[in-house]
Design a protein around this ligand. Structure first.
Ligand SMILES: Nc1ncnc2c1ncn2[C@@H]1O[C@H](COP(=O)(O)OP(=O)(O)OP(=O)(O)O)[C@@H](O)[C@H]1O
Length: 319
């Protein structure tokens, strides 16, 4: 039997609600019930259906999900290329729903960097690698950096990503993997708070894909850039500490990995654990594999235990 809360309990809860920090207050990226509806030929498609996502500063994380689940829609919104229909989205203190056209242009040039899947879309074909990297700095005025300083920074970035030898080559004189590493340098040129990459290894073989991933890791570790990578590539998803799955336009489950040292042998191993997202209304989406394995549908039985909640298949018909 549940006991009724007393007046004092209710007063305490109301005060706690008032002093509770706003959702995502300490996150670099915060999406709060994000909705994006596309209308095409009188048909509405809900690409994002109330998506919640928080990313902390300095994270390197992967977004995975089936085709059509809304990954690219989310990336385009975070990149400032598209606007949500409803909800809230903030990146590095920029409100993505309230930006003017001028703010948006500055946001795309200085706050976010972007790497696309198509290697040809990331670089200008008639410029060398070094010129491609210097271009975003020139376009933004690069906060007082002189021409020489820009060229030096371009070279530093190329060297950091192991493509210093490509500095004077045009894209068609480089391999796909080299082009993508140069593309990462271009995206980092203006020191963005966030680097977004949509299937950056999609056109590459697995060995080259690993090198691209190593380049993202270098950028994350050496420059502290927050990086979000959309990927189908299980190998890439398995390399990051945090993988968030998107399903039907919402974040559904999340896998966190951490290193653990075996007390007996001293060996380090990676331990992963799957989490489900609990929204503020208390809604929880269970992974389809779990519910299918136990034949759960429509209704499940619940029990509150001391330190967990137990979920069983509906047993009401048996009783
Ligand atoms: N401009 C658009 N007009 C109409 N519908 C769109 C538009 N862009 C995306 N959609 C629809 O929104 C849904 C989500 O698409 P989105 O491209 O975000 O998925 P995705 O997870 O990136 O898929 P993929 O892995 O295949 O790239 C899909 O049903 C798609 O058809």
């Amino acid at each position: 039997m549940t006991t009724q809360p007393t007046l004092a309990d209710l007063a305490r809860r109301a005060t706690a609600d008032r002093t509770r920090p706003v959702y995502g207050h300490d996150a670099l990226i915060s999406c709060d019930r994000l909705v994006r509806i596309f209308s095409a030929d009188g048909v509405e498609v809900q690409a994002l259906q109330g998506l919640d996502l928080l990313v902390r500063e300095g994270e390197l994380m992967a977004l995975v999900g089936a085709s059509g689940s809304g990954k690219s829609t989310l990336m385009n919104i975070l990149a400032g290329l598209d606007t949500p229909t409803a909800g809230a989205a903030r990146v590095a203190d920029h409100d993505l729903l309230a930006m003017t056209a001028k703010d948006r242009l500055r946001y795309r040039r200085e706050v976010v960097g972007f790497v696309w899947q198509q290697t040809s879309r990331n670089l200008l074909p008639y410029l060398t690698a070094a010129q491609n990297v210097a271009l975003p700095m020139q376009l933004s005025g690069a906060r007082g950096r002189g021409r020489r300083a820009k060229a030096e920074r371009a070279l530093e970035l190329l060297e950091m990503l192991d493509v210093g030898d490509c500095r004077d080559r045009r894209p068609h004189q480089m391999s796909g993997g080299q082009q993508q590493r140069v593309a990462i340098a271009v995206a980092l040129a203006n020191d963005p708070a966030v680097l977004l990459a949509d299937e950056p290894t999609g056109e590459l073989d697995s060995h080259t894909g690993e090198q691209i991933f190593a380049a993202f890791r270098t950028a994350n570790e050496q420059l502290g850039t927050t990086i979000v990578i959309v990927t189908h590539d299980q190998a890439v998803a398995g390399e990051v500490r945090r993988t968030v799955a998107i399903r039907d336009g919402r974040t559904s489950t999340e896998v966190l990995r951490r290193s653990e040292v075996d007390a007996a042998t001293g060996d380090e191993r990676l331990v992963s654990r799957e989490y489900a997202m609990l929204d503020r209304a208390g809604r929880l989406q269970l992974p389809a594999e779990y519910t299918q394995a136990l034949g759960m549908r429509d209704r499940v039985a619940l029990e509150l235990e001391q330190d967990h909640i137990a979920v069983w298949p509906d047993d009401s018909a048996d009783g």
